[in-house]
Ligand binder design. Structure first.
Ligand code: FAD
Length: 481
């Protein structure tokens, strides 16, 4: 790692990797991630990426409309227009890089997911994210202008003439500076007790941007996926992808009866927020939190072939999905809000860009349409990179580094802060907001935030992630008050 770069990218998910690949190869780029390169929400994506490639049977207008319907028409239409029109070219670029999307008789196979009126989801079995991320990592590593640093957590960012980053690596702090910064730090799932998100999803980029004074928007727009595997023993809930319902699975209540007809005419293929709300209503009606996803009426070999990872994972939990229904329950899955950005990924801070799940482009409105987030990460990280390439032409001069105080604090963070934060969020806002718990929770979270900010705790991964979770919870509850 050098001292100075033209651009520092924080995050090695699809947004960070694709952003890096679209920067001018003449620029000196540092790409940071706080654990291994492959540990990200991107690598967990199962279902696929939505794009209108098959223009004979589908249209961008239809993708546009489906996105608006899922988002409750609260989407930013300009952003959606860019998403659906620019999306196909980015997906073709992935194919050029070597992403091997599934094919039938030599032609790309498009699958259907909830909320889409046409089959337009490109996928690699049921581990599309891993396939994309592995290809992008290989390509990034082949670029001599991009330095990659794993296990490097950004603890703080200062903005003077340039950006300076306090990075904690192997128990030590290092400072790196740059002209431009692209935050691609992903989501906030770990602020909840049960989430599909990877352990990196602690909202660090949002908290860092908030402390820099950037505008944060709609952080309360959290998506709860209706079908997480119902195993309350582990925090990381294994996702039973939307595409299982897309391929015809039925949602059953505790009496093993279908019930979606009571709530929405689109049945199991209604958008996620509708299905999650229906489950909560049905729970009230039956008095039971037992729910199942049943695909046993489909050909077992076809199911195993289409969903090899899901099949293996639920089998490890003792459920053979070709013979018995899968126990499911809603859980936190995605964040529609985030660091507010323009259609060029620009935040309210000069030189600071954001893309992917940590950003708010407004494409998703109140509820993200399945498989639109990988697409958003591709389209808007590319646009942010284009903007930085353009601005770099007139950027120059020596980079001025800021000084971070020596971290001489030895006080370790007391245990239990993350657990308490998660319990507060689970009570205050899980699918349906609980106003009484929001008020109570906000007061306690505000106390925790003050304590974390004012006590001289040792600045390490533990502290940074706890402060991020508390900051994110604080902003969400404040918005909901
Ligand atoms: C189980 C699951 C299934 C999904 N399925 C789909 C799907 O089928 N289709 C779809 O479109 N979307 C899907 N999504 C959503 C989608 O995967 C994510 O929204 C998207 O990949 C986010 O990409 P990203 O690049 O913004 O962030 P991520 O991929 O989460 O990457 C975040 C990066 O930031 C780094 N980072 C964070 N904080 C710091 C810090 N302080 N210092 C240094 N580095 C830091 C992390 O190390 C990581 O490298 C799914 C999500 C999950 C969890």
């Amino acid at each position: 790692m050098k001292k100075d770069y033209d651009v520092v990218i924080v995050g090695s998910g699809v947004a960070g990797l694709y952003g890096a690949l679209n920067l001018d190869p003449a620029l000196r780029v540092l790409l940071l991630c706080k654990r291994s390169l492959v540990l990200s929400n991107s690598a967990l994506a199962q279902g696929g990426v939505a794009a209108v490639i098959d223009t004979q049977h589908d249209s961008v207008d239809s993708h546009f409309n489906d996105t608006l319907i899922a988002g409750g028409f609260k989407n930013n239409k300009d952003s959606v227009d860019i998403l659906v029109n620019q999306g196909p070219q980015e997906v073709r670029k992935l194919i050029e890089y070597g992403v091997d999307f599934d094919k039938v008789d030599g032609a790309i196979h498009f699958t259907l997911e909830g909320g889409h009126s046409k089959p337009r989801i490109l996928h690699h079995k049921d581990f599309t994210g891993r396939a994309i991320v592995e290809t992008l990592i290989e390509t990034v590593k082949s670029r001599p202008n991009i330095d990659v640093a794993e296990n490097s957590i950004v603890c703080g960012i200062k903005k003077g003439t340039n950006f300076s980053f306090d990075i904690y690596i192997d128990g030590e702090h290092q400072v790196v500076s740059s002209y431009y910064c692209l935050l691609a730090t992903g989501g906030i799932g770990r602020v909840y007790e049960y989430t599909t998100n990877s352990k990196i999803a602690t909202g660090d980029g949002i908290a860092l941007a908030y402390r820099l004074g950037a505008k944060i928007r709609n952080l309360h727009l959290v998506q709860f996926h209706p079908t997480g595997f119902a195993n309350k023993l582990t925090r990381e809930t294994f996702l039973i992808s939307e595409s299982v319902r897309g391929e015809g699975a039925y949602l059953l209540n505790c009496h093993r009866e279908r019930f979606m007809q009571k709530y929405d005419e689109r049945l199991e293929l209604a958008p996620r927020d509708v299905v999650s709300h229906a489950i909560m209503e049905e729970e009230k009606a039956t008095g039971s939190s037992e729910f199942y996803l049943d695909i046993t009426h489909k050909d077992p070999e076809a199911v195993k072939n289409r969903f090899p990872m899901i099949y293996e994972n639920v089998l490890k939990q003792g459920v053979d999905m070709t013979k018995e229904p899968i126990p499911v329950y809603p859980c936190q899955h995605y964040l529609m809000g985030g660091i507010d950005v323009s259609t060029e990924g620009k935040t309210s801070i000069d030189g600071l860009y954001a893309a992917g799940e940590c950003s708010h482009t407004g494409v998703h409105g109140n509820n993200r349409l399945a498989s639109n987030s990988l697409l958003e990460a591709l389209v808007f990280s590319h646009r942010a990179a284009d903007e930085i390439n353009r601005l770099m032409k007139s950027t120059g001069g020596p980079i001025k580094s800021a000084v971070f105080p020596e971290d001489e604090n030895t006080l370790p963070l007391p245990s239990g802060i993350r657990t308490e934060t998660r319990a507060i969020m689970q009570r205050a806002y899980f699918v349906v907001p609980n106003q009484q718990e929001i008020v109570k929770g906000y007061e306690r979270i505000a106390e925790l935030k003050k304590m974390l900010e004012q006590t001289p705790y040792r600045v390490d991964r533990n502290y940074v992630e706890a402060l991020s979770l508390v900051t994110v919870a604080y902003i969400i509850l404040k918005e909901l008050l």
